[in-house]
Structure formats: structure tokens, C-alpha cells
Design a protein around this ligand. Structure first.
Ligand code: ZN
Ligand code: ZN
Length: 139
């Protein structure tokens, strides 16, 4: 099943706003003639794999609520995780290879006293975990 061009463009606009909200960047109002920036509230809970944001324009009252699109098959493979880890080590922003959403690194409590990270894409819901620094990583 393929999306029509109109659906694809609408989805791109939603994804663009989603990424800006995720990175706490200013989001322009969606109303055609309004030039204000919207206020953003995150509706999702800490443990949700997919984030949901609500926008409200203080100028014109425009409102919208957007969520990621859950899609966790196929999962990230080891090669993808290592690329993300390497980019993180190089102080670059790794992106989910399936939807180009910035990956969030969450440090986990680890009883073995090694650093451990959860990598999360809050758009598609894919997650992975790895010890840190990743042992196979070549620097
Ligand atoms: Zn507005
Ligand atoms: Zn993703």
C-alpha cells in the first residue's frame, strides 16, 4: 500500500514539526497567514516509545496534535547501532535509518558499573541498548 503524493507531503510536514518539537526548536504556526511560533506541550509519558506533541498558537488559536508512526519491523541491526554509536562519539547527531529522526541517547543505571545507553527513535518506536563505549567500535 503506497501513500499518495498529498499524503506523503502531509506526512513530511508532520515529521518536520515532530523533529523540531523533539529538539526544542521553534515551530512556526500552521495557519496560512500567521507568522507566530506555537507553544508546544508533550502529551506522551516518559515510558512511551512514541512521543505525542500538542501545539497551540498564542496569536491565532491554531492547534494541532501530532504523534510518531509506530513501525518497529524490521528492528535496527547491529551495524546500524554501531553507526549511531560512532556518530554520537564524533559529536554528530545520529538519525534513525528508517525515518531520519534524531536518535535520543538515554543513559541507563547499570549494576556492572559500565556505562549503558538506550538508543531510542521516538517517531517509529525502535529502541536498542548497548554498553558504552561500544566494544566493537573502531575509533
Ligand atoms: Zn497562529
Ligand atoms: Zn525511527
Amino acid at each position: 500500500m503506497s501513500m499518495t503524493e498529498t499524503e506523503r507531503r502531509a506526512q513530511e510536514r508532520i515529521h518536520d514539526r515532530f523533529v523540531k518539537a523533539l529538539q526544542h526548536e521553534p515551530i512556526p504556526c500552521g495557519a496560512p497567514i500567521c507568522h507566530a511560533h506555537v507553544e508546544t506541550v508533550e502529551l506522551s509519558k516518559v515510558r512511551d516509545r512514541i512521543k505525542t506533541f500538542q501545539f497551540h498558537c498564542p496569536e491565532c488559536g491554531w492547534e494541532d496534535t501530532i504523534s510518531g508512526r509506530e513501525d518497529v519491523v524490521p528492528p535496527w541491526d547491529d551495524a546500524m547501532l554501531l553507526v549511531m554509536a560512532d556518530e554520537h562519539l564524533m559529536h554528530q547527531q545520529p538519525l534513525c535509518p528508517f525515518d531520519n529522526t534524531p536518535i535520543v541517547f538515554i543513559s541507563l543505571p547499570n549494576p556492572r558499573r559500565r556505562a549503558r545507553y538506550r538508543l531510542a527513535c521516538f517517531y517509529c518506536g525502535r529502541q536498542g541498548e548497548m554498553d558504552w563505549p561500544p566494544s566493537e567500535s573502531k575509533r
